[in-house]
Design a protein around this ligand. Sequence first.
Ligand code: ZN
Length: 155
Amino acid sequence: MFITTHAALGAIVAEWVPDQPLLAFGLGLLSHFLSDIIPHGDSQLYKGYVAGSKVKRAIAYVTIDGVISLVFVLFLFNTRLIENRAAISMGILGGVLPDLLVGLYEVTKTKWLIPLHRVHFFFHNMVTHRHGDLSFPSGFAMQMVFLSALLSRLA
Ligand SMILES: [Zn+2]
């Protein structure tokens, strides 16, 4: 999913435990793996990245997504959520960390990241391996709807 979507979800689950940043971090992590189960249209892009045919596109996609997430977090911290800053920050961190580590693994192939990479794609591919993924445009549209619903809860 978009990093932005994971960040928004991380913020939402953190709101459940406003006084417990560590728990918010754990819930953020969990929200990442569980939401990745929903087919969201990025399987072909990832395969293209691994195969070397869509490297530039994948990098552009992640860069744009990363900057949008940053703007999103700035937006959040100008809303009422400023009151539970520690928990919200940790929830967002937990929400986005798996993709950061997967990205780090893709670039470095560091051995200690292999288990996390496997766990991540176990969830990510749970449904898409059996039933196929959405097309990129459908996945994009679905996530925009999902993200607006999340935003309307946060704003
Ligand atoms: Zn992910």
